[in-house]
Design a binder for this molecule. Structure first.
Ligand SMILES: Cc1cc2nc3c(=O)[nH]c(=O)nc-3n(C[C@H](O)[C@H](O)[C@H](O)COP(=O)(O)OP(=O)(O)OC[C@H]3O[C@@H](n4cnc5c(N)ncnc54)[C@H](O)[C@@H]3O)c2cc1C
Length: 485
């Protein structure tokens, strides 16, 4: 990893090479401190906003806290494997990310998918074939979203039926499960999903899951299948391409400490004391980290509420496990409260991926991690593992956006509004695919004043069908989200 501590990379064009770290151009290091726009954060939202503004002729500086670009996407290595520590899957149903993939002609691969599925029952795990397992999941989840066509008729405009969503916005995922009065066995099959997204189900908003259902065409195949395709050269290829196209000035290793509005300009100071000014600032950092930055004047109340309450999934850890056995392709879902709520291997010769939102699991303890694996696969042997703790990461403080009850109607519009010359973007602020790369890009486009896309599910499906002609053929019915929400 590049240790760039404050390194300035002028008009950066990153090379295509994995893992996509920047190289300074000798003799071309910028000393400029005055810009038209300063973008704070070099995740997909910030890189997109920076590119758009550069195309409009702005002088743009991107200040990034970490020593890499990509934020909550992070292509890395684990032993001999290339892994995605954060976001991984993309889909033609997601129009903004798909347009970027098409624009830069980035190659896509499809997961092979599981050969068997382990589902929890009151008497332990039951193994079935994937089509049987996920046909049943579809039957269980479809009633969960009853009415979603009415209350989210235009999925990219979530407030279209504000009259209908307002009374529903107080519902947590747990409230909705309770309403359905499911048998213990059926409920157990669903809490792996609701527990992972809600972290726990009682924290997560029912409406956020329902909005994804609507965005995916109001059906289980779309909802679950958006996690089928990956970028062949990793998510870093997308971040690199956007950066190389925009060529903003970029400073890595530059965490921003304060943002001060004064005399019609905005002054941005890093923790190391470097000061820059601009006519406008775009805060492209997760909502959860706003509280760590000193804003002057202080942020409006809704922004303060959002960052205090939290938008990103708490306690989220994504693990890659090298298991001596089993070696086949499988998915195992576990009920809420389990150390891992989902784990699986989707490709031959790949490591097993597992997600945990269990605060009591000490992921630094190999013994505890192996015990967590054996709760699902009793004969498994753990050779090695690596973990990314998104909650502990100080520049994320959580995983992807997942709203709590009431936040959509109480906060979402307000935190999307500019605060004088300071604007905000991130996957958390998306109007469509909140919590996804697509949402981050959409939000970055809006912050830069560029148009966004809002296809109807039917139009998006047509795009997806057309795109799939060029995509590897897969059986979407067996592709279960391994998305780490
Ligand atoms: C485990 C996991 C799995 C996921 N799976 C998927 C998936 O399969 N598909 C999908 O589409 N999405 C997925 N996501 C979500 C996706 O990764 C995010 O939606 C997206 O990357 C968010 O981009 P962003 O630009 O909004 O925020 P970020 O990527 O978080 O970018 C914000 C940037 O701001 C920087 N920053 C923070 N504080 C400061 C500061 N003080 N000063 C300067 N810079 C700062 C950060 O370092 C970061 O680079 C997943 C996320 C996680 C964590």
């Amino acid at each position: 990893m590049l240790r760039a501590g404050g390194m300035a990379i002028a008009g950066t064009a990153l090379g295509a090479g994995f893992p996509g770290m920047a190289e300074a151009v000798e003799g071309d290091v910028t000393t400029r401190t005055v810009y038209d726009t300063i973008v704070v954060g070099a995740g997909l939202a910030g890189l997109t906003a920076a590119r758009e503004l550069r195309k409009k002729g702005h002088r743009v500086l991107v200040l990034e806290a970490r020593d890499r670009i990509g934020g909550r996407t992070w292509t890395d290595r684990f032993n001999s494997w290339e892994i995605e520590r954060g976001g991984a899957w993309v889909d033609p149903l997601q129009p903004h990310v798909w347009r970027e993939i098409s624009r830069y002609n980035l190659a896509i691969v499809a997961d092979q998918g599981p050969e068997r599925v382990l589902m929890p029952t009151p008497n332990g795990f039951a193994e079935t074939d994937p089509v049987t397992a996920y046909t049943r999941q579809g039957e269980l989840f479809t009633p969960f979203f009853e009415g979603a066509r009415d209350y989210f008729p235009k999925p990219y405009a979530p407030f279209t039926r504000e009259d209908l969503i307002t009374p529903l916005d107080g519902l947590s995922l747990r409230d909705r499960l309770n309403q359905l009065k499911l048998s213990p066995a059926d409920e157990m099959r669903m809490t792996g999903t609701t527990g992972l997204y809600g972290s726990p189900s009682s924290r997560g908003s029912m409406l956020q899951l329902a909005q994804w259902w609507a965005l995916a065409g109001w059906n289980y195949t779309g909802f679950s299948g958006v996690n089928t395709y990956r970028l062949a050269r990793g998510t870093i290829a997308l971040a690199d391409a956007i950066l190389a196209d925009g060529r903003p000035d970029l400073k890595l290793g530059s965490p921003v400490a304060s943002v001060t509005q004064q005399s019609g300009r905005v002054k941005v100071v890093t923790r190391a004391g470097a000061a820059y000014t601009a006519t406008e600032v775009i805060m492209a950092v997760p909502v959860n980290v706003w509280k760590d930055i000193t804003f002057s004047p202080a942020l409006p109340q809704p922004h303060r509420d959002a960052t205090t309450e939290g938008y990103g999934v708490p306690r989220q850890r994504k693990l890659f496990l090298d298991l001596a056995a089993p070696a086949d392709r499988f998915i195992a879902e576990a009920p809420e409260g389990s150390p891992f709520v989902i784990m699986g291997r989707l490709n031959d010769d790949a490591p097993v991926v597992a997600f945990s939102v269990d605060a009591t699991l000490d992921v630094s303890s190999r013994a505890q991690v192996e015990a967590a694996v054996r709760k699902i696969l009793p004969s498994a042997t753990l050779r090695d593992y690596t973990v990314t703790d998104w909650e502990a990461a100080e520049f994320s403080r959580g995983g992807p956006a997942y709203r709590r009850p009431h936040q959509l109607t109480r906060l979402h519009k307000a935190i999307n509004r500019p605060f004088g010359p300071v604007r905000f973007c991130a996957d958390d602020l998306a109007l469509g695919w909140i919590g996804y790369m697509d949402g981050a890009i959409e939000s970055g486009l809006r912050a830069a004043g560029s148009p966004t896309l809002s296809p109807t599910p039917g139009e998006a499906q047509k795009q997806a069908d057309a795109a799939r002609v060029a995509l590897p053929a897969v059986d979407r019915r067996i592709h279960r989200t391994l998305f780490g929400l």
